[in-house]
Design a protein around this ligand. Structure first.
Ligand SMILES: [Zn+2]
Ligand SMILES: [Zn+2]
Length: 330
């Protein structure tokens, strides 16, 4: 897949000399909570709900005195030398930050501050956004080979403590970069936040029953964890249906059957003739799933899709097992 295939735009770039692993951190202008809040809202505005492009700067920082020979610093320096000036990855971040000690633990937080705090101010990267979805950019291209000179200079010639929002022209220059999804261990932070929201909300019995059916084959989790995963999926499914109602797109995503062509809109509800279906049931509990993972199906297409899933195919991925389709179907 390419950047252009992502469900949301890449809204901004982040330049740092250390490669991100499971979180991206930003340093507020002070240690007080209002400085952290201001920093968080700036980053949220710049992300605009989209993805963040990770760029590794040409120059590297030096750690605080005493850490010049620290093995972890030397590792980070080696990674920097290999990747400097390159685009490494595209990340989706949790929309709100977490205090960094909560993500990495108190001990690691202290180590980071000992090593990198500037002028003894121990709040470096303290506004931290967990990475909940991650793609490496295949070939790690040089940013200067991908962007025109003006864009490259505008985005990366000066250092910045926040993100650098991309223009449409810059987005189109990166749109054909190839991606490979990689695991995002912090996806659980977002999933758990949403499980808490799901447990506290009213969920329709219909969505609960449909997700119970779709996610019947969940493996490798405790019964309690499975129940939470299903509940969150049902909560997402309800949100998905509400979204389709407000977008006025109540039709089957496979055959485009539109029940309002037959039934009077007054007696028709979203649930009358369509089911909400989880397109990638095996992804649930494995990665951070979103409304994009759901579809609305008429009962016949829904049954056929489940038959395909059992046989190793899917309407939503016809390349995977093309032999399962009648040859007349494109
Ligand atoms: Zn259908
Ligand atoms: Zn289903």
């Amino acid at each position: 897949m390419n950047i252009a295939d992502l469900p949301l735009p890449v809204s901004a770039a982040k330049a740092d000399w250390i490669a991100a692993s499971t979180w991206l951190g930003f340093t507020p202008t002070g240690g007080a909570s209002d400085a952290r809040a201001k920093c968080q809202s700036t980053i949220q505005r710049q992300m605009a709900g989209g993805y963040v492009l990770e760029y590794i700067t040409e120059t590297a920082e030096k750690p605080n005195p005493g850490f010049e020979r620290d093995p972890r610093y030397l590792d980070e320096q080696a990674i920097h030398l290999e990747n400097r000036g390159r685009f490494l990855a595209v990340h989706k971040l949790r929309h709100s930050s977490r205090p960094l000690p909560q993500i990495v633990g108190e001990e690691e937080f202290s180590r980071l501050q000992d090593m990198w705090a500037q002028g003894g101010k121990r709040w470096r990267w303290s506004v931290a956004f967990p990475v909940i979805e991650s793609y490496e950019i295949i070939g790690k291209p040089k940013a200067s080979d991908v962007l025109d000179t003006a864009s490259y200079r505008r985005l990366f010639a000066h250092s910045s403590a926040t993100l650098r929002p991309l223009t449409d022209a810059e987005r189109s220059q990166i749109s054909s970069l190839e991606l490979r999804r990689v695991s995002a261990p912090n996806a659980w932070i977002a999933i758990e936040d949403e499980m808490a929201a799901a447990l506290a909300s009213e969920i329709t019995r219909r969505s609960l029953a449909l997700m119970d059916h779709d996610l019947g084959a969940l493996e490798g989790e405790s019964e309690e964890q499975k129940a939470k995963i299903k509940k969150r999926a049902a909560w997402l499914a309800d949100r998905f249906v509400r979204h389709r109602i407000s977008a006025k797109t109540l039709f089957c995503d496979i055959c485009e059957f539109d029940p309002s062509a037959i039934l009077n809109a007054e007696i028709l509800t979203a649930r009358t003739a369509l089911d909400v279906h989880h397109k990638f049931p095996l992804a649930e509990g494995v990665r951070y799933t979103t409304l994009d993972d759901f579809s609305l199906l008429c009962p016949t297409c829904h049954r056929m899709e489940h038959q395909l899933l059992k046989s190793g195919g899917s309407f939503f991925d016809r390349q995977k097992a093309p032999n399962l389709f009648a040859s007349a179907i494109p």
